[in-house]
Design a protein. Sequence first.
Length: 276
Amino acid sequence: MLLKFTKMHGAGNDFIVVDLISQRCKLRPREIRKLADRRFGVGCDQVLIVEPPGSPDVDFRYRIFNADGGEVEQCGNGARCFARFVRDNKLTSKRVISVETACGIIQLRLRDNNQVEVDMGAPVLEPQKIPFDAPEEATSYSLQVEENVLEIGAVSMGNPHSVCRVDDVDSINIEHLGPLIEHHPRFPQRTNAGFMQIVSETEIKLRVFERGVGETLACGTGACAAVVYGLSRGWLRDTVTVNLSGGKLSISWAGPGQPVIMTGPTASVFEGTIRI
């Protein structure tokens, strides 16, 4: 069949967005991998699916598939593009949208200048809920990676994250370290691996090796996790500009039990059809 799609990105984190309200199709892992393939398909970091809600209390169901075909719980940059997509395609006229994800309900607010604000919910820091193998919750953990011991933070923003503070993110061999952390046995569901350089109390630089994808130009949940970890350690204030390879995000967090608020850009690149 011919599948209609839209190519979008949020700060360089790129997506194929598929409306499965106006068209019918069952996308299996092999079709996801075909769509995401940058040589033989369209190419993207993640495929985002728009579906009807499972509850009358929300507007849409939002599903996320990594380039390897695996479904994941959350994607912050994708959530912003999702909001822009449903408005641009007249699936809703609302500027505040309630969306059902695999990890719960999130609120999306469309702002001016193609900016979207996402209430990402409160971060999860309890090891067993991340999940991360540790006897008790701590602000940081020691992680053995080959001959090195890294000091990391472990945070879930609906998906698991490791965050490591470094002096210079540009000098990190992320293609080597990223997979070792992603597949570390202490993260039973694998993890996203973030590397954070603190510029000031209100600004950081960040690179993220995403689970099932590799390094991306931006990772919204990774930016949230980095700010949560940095604020928990006393390094950052409650509103931080996160500089990623693809652009900037603004992340705010008022502290334990409070939601993380992410604001950033969206862009629609092109629309098309592909036979799958």
